[in-house]
Design a binder for this molecule. Structure first.
Ligand code: DNO
Ligand code: MN
Length: 368
């Protein structure tokens, strides 16, 4: 398992590479170029500069999150071919500087959705939270305004201003789009892109929808094991892979995360995992928590065991963290809690390695 950390670039992130480098066990950065609008080509000189900057701190840049997909591709509009060409050229450029994994998502209009970017917990830390009733009753353009205002001055990933300026028109266009259409449009995209990724030695890794259900009446398809299986079969290639994100999929208690992780790792379709814990409430609300098992509803130990048992050799990053110790950073992406998360996950992992050396088999699967 290769330990990595998401970083938005020196202009867009309050966390420095110098600090990231001090996290024990860290090997690489999950990088991005946040200013490039969805659908545009990523120039080689910009990506090379990013790689060099990261390399100055002894860190690798082998994973990109995200190269965002233009809405015309998700909508299946005739103009999509132009944006797919740009995507292909971006894949080629990324492969030239040694990128191995591209994480992306296929959610209409929004990336992840929360109703609160700084819910204060009993210990004084603050977290991203989702209150079903709030999300279900709000006009999405108002929610967007609110989230932007609360984002500590950072623009949120997947909430690019340019894209969201057109929010009303986009909603109109999506009115006709069903989940089946979205599968079709994803298939069309993958059929063009995956052969190039394969040729370039890059693995595409689709991220689950967050939360994994339809929001604001928009279709969402990366929501459960069955659909994920269907997606990797749309184009059957080792380059057509998954990012398994425990916190995103785990918001639906019907998703058995250790089982899903193990299943897809064993068939070698998981180049990248995101690990985070969430606390689920009976009414469907949830909030993000520290990685500690007892802090949330997901079984972090079982999740790491399932990765270990499947011989996972891909990239791992802690996902969103809490805001603690008065840190001011982009919501979900402070330094401290994510670093604690890495230490916790590595603690579990090292223990499993030791047990393996001693010949103890420790994945007690509840999977039928
Ligand atoms: C939340 C994050 C996501 C992710 C994108 C990938 O779980 O990991 O915002 O970065 O959906 O495209
Ligand atoms: Mn994630």
């Amino acid at each position: 398992m290769k330990v990595s950390f998401r970083w938005f670039g020196s202009k867009d992130d309050s966390v420095s590479l110098a600090h990231i480098k001090q996290i024990p066990g860290i090997e690489g950065i999950v990088g991005t170029l946040p200013d490039i609008p969805a659908g545009e080509l990523w120039p080689l000189d910009r990506i090379s500069a990013l790689k060099e900057e990261v390399a100055q701190y002894g860190l690798k840049l082998e994973v990109i999150e995200s190269v965002n997909i233009h809405e015309d591709i998700k909508l299946g509009l005739p103009t999509r071919d132009h944006y797919i060409e740009n995507y292909i050229a971006t894949i080629r450029n990324l492969s030239q500087i040694g990128i191995k994994v591209i994480c992306y998502n296929f959610m209409p209009i929004f990336d992840w959705i929360r109703s609160d970017l700084a819910k204060v917990l009993a210990d004084g830390s603050s977290v991203l939270a989702y209150e079903k009733a709030k999300v279900e009753t709000v006009d999405p353009s108002i929610l967007f305004g609110k989230m932007e205002g609360e984002a500590n001055g950072f623009s949120l990933p997947g909430w690019e201003k340019e894209r969201l300026k057109l929010i009303k028109e986009l909603f109109e266009l999506y009115k006709e789009v069903t989940e089946e259409d979205l599968f079709e449009n994803l298939k069309y995209f993958l059929e063009k892109v995956i052969p190039v990724a394969e040729e370039c030695g890059i693995k595409m890794a689709i991220h689950p929808d967050d939360p994994p259900w339809s929001v604001f009446g928009l279709p969402r398809i990366v929501t459960n094991k069955e659909n994920m299986l269907r997606i990797i079969q749309l184009v059957d290639s080792p380059s057509n892979g998954l990012t398994i994100c425990s916190g995103s999929l785990g918001a639906n208690p019907e998703n058995n995360i250790p089982e899903i992780m193990k299943y897809f790792c064993e068939i070698d379709r998981v180049p990248f995992v995101h690990i985070r814990n969430i606390k689920l409430y009976e009414n469907g609300d949830f909030e993000e928590r520290s990685h500690l098992n007892s802090d949330g509803s997901l079984d972090m130990v079982e999740i790491v065991k399932s990765l270990h048992a499947a011989g996972f050799t891909g990239y791992f990053r802690p996902d969103h963290g809490r805001m603690i110790w008065d840190e001011e950073a982009r919501p979900g992406y402070g330094l401290y809690d994510r670093a604690l998360g890495i230490m916790y996950i590595l603690g579990i992992w090292d223990n499993l390695e030791n047990l393996k050396k001693e010949g103890v088999k420790c994945f007690q699967s509840t999977i039928s």
